[in-house]
Write a protein that binds this ligand. Structure first.
Ligand code: AMP
Ligand code: MG
Length: 318
């Protein structure tokens, strides 16, 4: 095995840990600056926690035709494509359901333990209620609907940040991880980018954890064990079942998917948690290599996800 020196920078943005890795350490500062610019732009466009974000302003102006920035248009378009691909398992109209479940500000400021709260089950409004034209970049949000781009937005940020950083550094490759949503761009290391699949993206790198390798595209992990909170003894978490508007009771605690982009990987990882047992067949049909972990810990490797130990994967899927 060849070893090479990588340049690594750690930071926080978009409510998540950020890690930027470059294969040419001399280009780390330039790559990090390019990543920071993209993340700042995504925050201004698509954060639901900033009252001045373009998304917050859009949500505050229902029933009006609003022209959005190219970046927000991309994020909305990615979210709607995700809804279409997953038949609504991933649906950006979960906004008020996420908020009413208790995830109503940056996760760092959510009380992990709290008193009882009333949760009323009702289906989310549904992505078909959104009128969006990619050509004119105009969107109409019906009254009562709140868009949440938390799932695809962060993955899009990883894709765009990796691409921007790879364009700035003249040679070599870049990996960007945003709380476990990972995108790579440029020339990969000789053995590919080694990616550890864990429940928690903050887990320490360890030889005993399962690792795969990718040369392009992205890997995303969704799960119910990290962004969770307790209200009067009831465990709640951040992934909503659009059919009930409540945190989904999934058979999976973690879903990790590799795809041609981090956006596609993330659409599939969030969808897998929502789909439950149906995720296995859906991921096979989509030919998306995935690792699903049952609540009790049993691991399923699907659609070409390598056997632990063998590990070589080049996700030229989609
Ligand atoms: P991820 O960690 O990529 O699976 O994304 C989870 C985030 O997406 C949550 O924190 C919510 O902001 C949002 N979200 C929750 N449930 C859904 C859903 N069913 N469809 C789309 N976005 C969701
Ligand atoms: Mg994600």
């Amino acid at each position: 095995m060849t070893t090479s020196v990588l340049g690594i920078a750690d930071d926080r943005a978009l409510g998540s840990a950020v890690r930027v890795i470059v294969t040419r350490p001399a280009s780390l500062a330039a790559a990090k600056a390019a990543v920071d610019d993209v993340l700042a732009a995504i925050d201004v466009a698509a954060s639901r926690f900033r009252p001045d974000s373009e998304l917050s302003l859009l949500n505050a102006r229902p029933d009006q035709v609003i022209k959005v920035s190219p970046l927000l248009a991309r994020a909305i378009s990615a979210a709607l494509r995700g809804a279409e691909l997953t038949n609504g398992a991933v649906d950006p109209t979960v906004g008020s359901a996420v908020r009413l479940s208790g995830y109503d500000s940056d996760f760092g400021s959510i009380a992990r333990n709290g008193v009882a709260m009333d949760l009323v089950a009702h289906r989310v409004p549904g992505w078909r209620a959104i009128r969006f034209s990619e050509a004119t970049r105009t969107v109409v949000i019906p009254r009562g609907v709140e868009l949440d781009l938390g799932a695809t937005g962060k993955a899009l940020a990883a894709d765009l940040a990796a691409e921007a950083a790879a364009n700035i550094v003249s040679d070599g490759g870049v990996l960007v991880s945003l709380g476990g949503d990972i995108a790579v761009a440029g020339e990969a290391p000789a053995d590919g980018w080694a990616i550890q699949a864990s429940d928690d993206s903050a887990a320490a790198i360890s030889d005993s954890e399962e690792t795969i390798s990718i040369a392009s595209g992205g890997v995303a992990t969704s799960g119910t064990t990290v962004r969770r909170w307790v209200r009067a003894g009831v465990v709640l978490h951040h992934i909503i079942d659009p059919a009930t508007g409540m945190p989904v009771r999934s058979m999976w605690r973690t879903a990790t998917v590799a795809a041609g982009t981090c956006v596609d990987a993330n659409i599939a990882s969030t969808a897998a948690i929502v789909m439950g047992e149906w995720a296995i067949g859906w991921l096979r049909t989509q030919r998306m290599p995935a690792r699903l972990v049952e609540v009790g810990g049993r691991v399923h490797r699907i659609a070409g996800w390598p056997d632990w130990a063998e590990s070589k994967l080049n996700p030229t899927i989609l």
